[in-house]
Design a protein around this ligand. Sequence first.
Ligand code: UDP
Length: 358
Amino acid sequence: MRIVLISTPIGFLGSGKGGGVELTLNSLVTGLLSLGHSVEVIAPKNSKLYKSNEKAKLYFVEGEEQISWQHQNYNSLVSIPDNSLLAGMLEKGLEIAKKADILLNMSYDWLPIWMTLNVEIPIAHIISMGSESSAISNLISKVYDKYPYNFAFHSKIQADDYSFIKKPTIIGNGFKLDNYTFQDSIKGPIAWVGRVAPEKGLEDAVYVASKLGEKLNVWGVIEDEDYASRIEQSFPKGTIEWMGFLSTYELQKELGKCRALLNTPKWNEAYGNVIVEALACGVPVVAYRRGGPSEIIQHGETGYLADPDNKEALLSYLRIINVIKRKNCREWVEKNASTDIFANKVVNWLNKVINEYK
Ligand code: UDP
């Protein structure tokens, strides 16, 4: 299959601004290449793919970024800036996809989904968030009436936000296992990884660390400076250890030394890449039973699931975290979330989409 991928219109690949989509795209490219498919990627200027993905052709587009939907009101109007990066990537993608089998869109935005109704080229969409915009959800519903197979989701619970979709395609996610080293360090610090923004609920993890009288190591892009400093000021000085945004290689090296990862989403987290990355290093995860984490974590086997927003439950699970065998964590990823498993699910789905156009 010849597949053209459109990246997120927020941040270049490698910047961290695009969140989990950056890693998902790279994992997918790895998996598709290893299955023998041809892959072309349209991405913002300065984007980098993994070195091992060099067989994929990368096209750069310049332009103004979109505003992330999770930081707008649910009923906000769709806005497209002058010299739009998204429009530029779509234009380039459509041009190349004339000679390809399918255009695969990974941006959560209105324009590429609308385009599905207006071109002959099959456009498939990996929806990377729960419902964050009424305009986008309504459009998905409209496109779904004509093309019922063109949408895939990372988890069942994410797809529940789009209840008009009868039998949603669930593709999970994939991780290049050689990028993560297993470490058996049961005495390490506690970790939190993610974009520092309100939907990620960092404050609840800091609360747990402060109750334990420990530091919380925090990795990720600080997306919302005010939010970050508000949290910092609400807890004893030094509770948060800001570790910055690291490359996957550096991140896994540090993360693997930790005894647990806390994951505290306040929204319907579509998947939660950081959970699987921690598990791949052998780090058990304590998370809220909300969104993707509730489908990934095997309660009592690879970590614990606490009732949403129950910080005391997080705390009590963290106190018994060493009961979890770190080897179970790594094994779960090997059996359920490798790049090959992920790419196979995506290819099966894309074949269905292509057949719909025949
Ligand atoms: N991440 C990273 N370096 C860091 C912190 C985070 O590369 O120092 C990446 C991490 O690998 C993951 C992404 O940031 O792929 C966060 O994705 P997730 O699915 O957890 O949440 P999202 O940001 O998509 O809501």
